[in-house]
Design a protein around this ligand. Structure first.
Ligand code: KIV
Length: 277
């Protein structure tokens, strides 16, 4: 059975932590789903970790639809959340049109958008229309040229604004809020004040759940693991070793062998070669 919004609320109410992982394609979705993640996020971080951009800003709705559809095909249990990319929800109407594509064409079960007060009316409109919306506060990567890449809400005014934004998103119908790069005590206080779950990334252990980027968890980040991430495996090194062995085998004529090849009747080959000059 796929995770529902009701399950997520029950998990918060019963103090059960929520694990969320980003996924960008069919194999990553299958693995994260089978590992028991309650939610998969098709993050617009794919602009950086999959497409090699330096920010999330170049990511298009077409990119998100294509990647999200692959993730949806790989996820049997987890609720799949798709990010609305930069400037695809600048008005309520645009938010509805963008969410329509992610839900109808890709099949995600929910969308995520960044920001507080400026997006509250879009969150309200989407949820009125039956679209589950996850909020995203703190460091919001789509606004990184305004914010700088740093922890948000460290002073009283910023912390107050973040709490008010979180309460506003909840009142507007969001089913959960990501808190990214937020001081742990603030994230914990916001978590206590909200009825809906908070999902932290770089926001300490006091959130109701955590989300991490696939490449950071698995050592596929070229050694640039952010401080808020923990590397659970060094798959990048394992892939490097395997690929070097393959390249070496090809160069040495050691791959393929008879085991990876097929054969045919000699007479058939002779007959074929005899007819072609
Ligand atoms: O795009 C993404 O992966 C995200 C997470 C960092 C929360 O928004």
């Amino acid at each position: 059975m796929r995770t529902t919004l009701r399950d997520l609320q029950r998990m918060k109410d019963q103090g059960e932590r929520i694990a969320m992982i980003t996924a960008y394609d069919y194999p990553s979705a299958r693995l994260a789903d089978r590992a028991g993640a309650a939610m998969l996020l098709v993050g617009d971080s794919l602009g950086m970790v999959v497409h090699g951009h330096s920010t999330t800003l170049p990511v298009t709705l077409d990119d998100m639809v294509r990647h999200s559809a692959a993730v949806v095909r790989g996820a049997e249990q987890a609720l799949v959340v798709g990010d609305l990319p930069f400037l695809t929800y600048a008005s309520d109407a645009e938010a509805v049109a963008s969410a329509r594509r992610l839900m109808q064409e890709a099949g995600v079960q929910a969308v995520k958008l960044e920001g507080g007060a400026p997006v509250a009316s879009s969150v309200r409109r989407l949820t009125e229309l039956g679209v589950p919306v996850m909020g995203h506060l703190g460091f919001t990567p789509q606004a990184q040229h305004q914010l700088g890449l740093r922890v948000q809400g460290k002073d009283a005014a910023g912390a107050r604004r973040l709490l008010e934004d979180a309460l506003l998103l909840e009142a507007s119908g969001a089913f959960a809020v990501v808190l990214e790069l937020v001081p742990a005590p603030l994230a914990e206080a916001v978590t206590r004040r909200l009825r809906i779950p908070t999902i932290g990334i770089g926001a300490g252990a006091g959130c109701d759940g955590q989300v991490q980027v696939w490449h950071d968890l698995l050592g596929l980040d070229d050694g640039k693991t952010p401080r808020h991430a923990k590397r659970y495996a060094d798959i990048g090194a394992a892939i490097g070793t395997a690929l070097k062995a393959y390249v070496g085998d090809v160069r040495a004529g050691a791959f393929p062998t008879a085991a990876q090849s097929s054969t045919m009747e000699e007479a058939e080959l002779a007959a074929a070669l005899g007819e072609v000059h």
